[in-house]
Write a protein that binds this ligand. Sequence first.
Ligand code: SAM
Length: 416
Amino acid sequence: MADVSDSPVVDTPASMEEKPVDAPQDSNKDEGKAEGENEESLDPEMYRYIKEDLFTSEIYKVEIRNLPKFTGFNDLKKFLAKHGLNPHKIKLFGKQTFAFVTFKNEEERDKAMKMVHGMQWKSQVLSVRLAKPKADPILRKRKQEEEEGASGQPSSKRTEGGEEEEEEEPLSVQIANVVTPLWNVPYEEQLKRKEQEVVGVLQRLAKEIGSTNKALLPWLFAQKGKYNRMCCSLEAIRPSPVQVGLHVGAHLKYYTYVTCSIEISRIDPKTPSRVKKVIGIEMCQEAVEDAKVNAKLNGLSNIEFHCGKAEDVFPNILNALVSPNLTAIVDPPRAGLHSKVILAIRRAEHLKRLVYVACNAKAAMNNFIDLCRAPSKRVHGAAFRPVRAMAVDLFPQTMHLEMLLLLERVDYDSKQ
Ligand SMILES: C[S@@+](CC[C@H](N)C(=O)[O-])C[C@H]1O[C@@H](n2cnc3c(N)ncnc32)[C@H](O)[C@@H]1O
């Protein structure tokens, strides 16, 4: 709740205990005397939020002093409840001898002040006074980052005892931190972090292929030398055209035109950029219906859809296709492809290329390894190897990204 930087008294709890407590007065006057002024408290921007329409209990805040040492959160809550007081937030400081407590409205705050001020708890006589609201946490965080950027030193807030004070953020910030954890990271930096994550995945995949498919070692060695220890080239990350709000639909328009978890395409050998036929597999009936509408809107008539679980449907469909040059695009859920699907892909040697769309590249690692591992009694068919990768940012302000990995069937005969 309240932050140490809001309140210099937090840094001097010993002297604070001895200070005579003024009767609560006008909050501004009180703040000026007891809490002192720092640069931040002079910046009206930091307090603009309390004048906005959204509820904040910060404007109904009091400071209770002289608490018995090491008073716990529940102790204080119970103590206040016993006297019919219903606090909104409580934050204890300085060996728990004083606390900032907020209330839902002025009436409850005033009632608490009247009741608790002068009251005895254990051997302590409590005192209460108005406290000023804390500075806007978002603006303060930005300012702190600017200062850290300028000085190169992280600035931390510590109590006298040396322990780090935990900050309780308003609900809007707590939600933002969970849903869009990178909300306060510049977009360029977000892209760098995401790209770095994909680099890590491709470097790890290089190691894994090295230990699960020795025949690929010479090729792998050359790849790692060329591509910063990664197993293949990585294209520049595709940024999102907009960085605020959810806009998945807009992206899908650019990157995919059918909705299904697996698409198998037969490439026309004369015009390889053209696809002769597309077969889509998706277990959700509504998604299949959407895919049909999308296909129609895009004027595509060479697509057929199958509704069912890929692990049940895919092996038979694949076996029935006779074209010698098939490409599959898989876009599975986070957990990745079922092992039956992986084994079917490996067995079907007429499937030459595979585009794997991974919404969680780390979780897809086992699938990548199984696609690339050496053939064995269980895994029939030549291995694949990764040849190109790309990251696409569909979810700014989060660490989520889509990784596209193009894998090609290894042609052992051609000694490539
Ligand atoms: C990451 S989404 C891909 C969505 C689609 N490619 C698009 O662009 O809209 C994964 C899809 O796989 C489907 N799915 C999940 N498990 C499946 C399974 N075992 N067999 C077939 N489809 C499955 C889900 O219904 C979901 O639509």
